[in-house]
Design a protein around this ligand. Structure first.
Ligand SMILES: Cc1cc2nc3c(=O)[nH]c(=O)nc-3n(C[C@H](O)[C@H](O)[C@H](O)COP(=O)(O)OP(=O)(O)OC[C@H]3O[C@@H](n4cnc5c(N)ncnc54)[C@H](O)[C@@H]3O)c2cc1C
Length: 409
């Protein structure tokens, strides 16, 4: 058992920290208030190699690991605890990784280098208005006509809708749609590289709208309809009707990175807490950390974050064994529980830290001078459902540990 990061990983973390200190930390409040990550920052992040870390170098990636991607996302979120910049980066790490695995060569060469350079966005479009947790129930339909797919449907609560419109090259999504006919189940789902704006041109049949979010405002959330949207068959991802399984693989990677993001934000909250409870003095000048009602709770929360961190890097280590090293000792199903555990624990630990930090701040927390609320609401996005609802993580864990037949609803 080895609890140390390698020398390469330590150096990589330091280089990301240096970048974040210089380009992200001074702007994170402005990004959250303004509701936008500046395009020049996205470009700089691309130049720094913060997108597509686990993707092969031949497509513009770093040829790194999922552990390295988790390190980068954790650091980005520490320096922007609202997590918006980290979310932008994690989507453009996790989903291109799965896209690379199953897409055609010329499509990878067409899409991935632009995502790596921060000129185009590549996210995930799975959720529909009738309920994101029930992927088997999606209704977006792709019908094959000759060498094209005609796609009709609606996706909602999708990250990056505005960025696709604003980035010079555009971008798109790992889309899941029913093929043939809309029938409940996992088997007739196919995945596509849904290119919405490419080479600066918006493709016909795409109608986007934007939501006004309460938090992590730097990255947009929106919806879109597809009306007789035409997509060439070369953009299909892998085999027809296997899309559900590719989606689950994508979630395995993305959820580890989500956990890393909330850990970075939680670490920031812990540092703010230490500073505050040491210096806030009450009852004849005693630091509030000298009251056990404060310090005991601090210790518990610190422990929860440390536990979540171990779960997250254990899941990243295992994902590297399975997806990068292709170590036959492990099967993909072995990731189910470790990934669900870190996606369940990390946002919940960080959410609790923020709630307590706000109380330790007292009335100050309830003003916009105190930025803790930005981290709290940003983390909340992962408690209300982003990258999979918390109860869905509990279902995955219960199914694997107790047994599918004993927990069927
Ligand atoms: C900020 C933000 C960004 C997002 N970005 C994207 C994106 O880029 N792409 C994308 O595809 N989606 C995105 N989503 C959507 C996200 O994937 C969904 O929120 C998630 O899948 C849950 O779906 P839902 O919100 O429709 O809730 P529902 O699925 O309707 O669930 C509602 C509630 O019921 C609970 N629940 C559901 N089923 C069960 C069950 N069997 N047992 C117990 N409880 C259950 C859930 O835990 C939840 O609390 C984003 C969401 C947010 C908040």
């Amino acid at each position: 058992m080895d609890f140390e990061f390698s020398e390469e990983e330590v150096r990589f973390r330091e280089s990301v920290q240096e970048f974040c200190k210089r380009y992200i930390e001074p702007r994170w409040v402005e990004i959250d208030e303004g509701g936008k990550i500046p395009l020049e920052l996205i470009k700089k992040m691309g130049e720094q190699g913060l997108f597509m870390i686990p993707v092969s170098e031949e497509y513009g990636g770093m040829g790194g690991t999922i552990t390295m991607a988790a390190i980068a996302i954790e650091e980005i979120a520490y320096h922007d605890p609202s997590v918006a910049v980290a979310v932008y980066a994690l989507l453009n790490n996790g989903w291109p990784f799965i896209m690379e695995k199953y897409s055609l060569e010329d499509v990878k060469r067409e899409i991935l280098p632009k995502v790596a350079r921060g000129e185009a966005f590549y996210g995930i479009a799975s959720t529909e208005s009738q309920g994101g947790s029930d992927v088997a129930g999606i209704k977006t339909l792709a019908i094959k006509k000759g060498d094209k797919w005609i796609i009709n449907g609606e996706k909602t609560y999708i990250s990056g809708v505005r960025e696709i419109q604003e980035l010079p090259q555009g971008g798109g999504y790992f889309l899941v749609a029913k093929t043939g006919k809309v029938e409940y189940g996992h088997r007739n789902i196919t995945a596509f590289n849904l290119i919405l704006k490419w080479d600066g041109k918006v493709r016909e049949g795409w109608k986007p709208t934007l939501f006004e979010e309460i938090g992590r405002r730097g990255i947009s959330t929106g919806a879109f309809t597809l009306e007789d949207f035409e997509l060439e068959d070369k953009y299909r991802i892998g085999e027809e009707n296997k899309g559900f399984y590719y989606l689950m693989e994508g979630f395995n990677v993305a959820r580890i990175l989500v956990a890393a993001a909330t850990i970075g934000s939680g670490r920031w909250a812990i540092d703010q807490a230490i500073e505050w409870i040491r210096n806030r003095r009450l009852f004849e000048g005693r630091p509030i950390s000298s009251f056990q009602g404060v310090s005991f709770r601090f210790s518990e929360l610190y422990g929860e974050l440390e536990a979540a961190k171990l779960l997250t890097y254990r899941a990243a280590w295992l994902a590297d064994k399975i997806y990068i090293e292709r170590d036959r000792k492990w099967r993909e199903q072995d990731l189910n529980v470790p990934v669900a555990l870190c996606k369940m624990k990390a946002p919940e630990a960080t959410g609790k830290i923020y709630e307590e930090l706000m109380k330790w701040y007292g009335a100050y927390a309830y003003t916009k001078d105190c930025n803790a609320f930005r981290g709290w609401i940003g983390t909340l996005s992962y408690l209300v459902g982003a990258e999979g609802a918390q109860n869905i993580m509990r279902i995955i864990i219960a199914r694997d540990i107790i047994g599918r037949e004993y927990v069927k609803g």
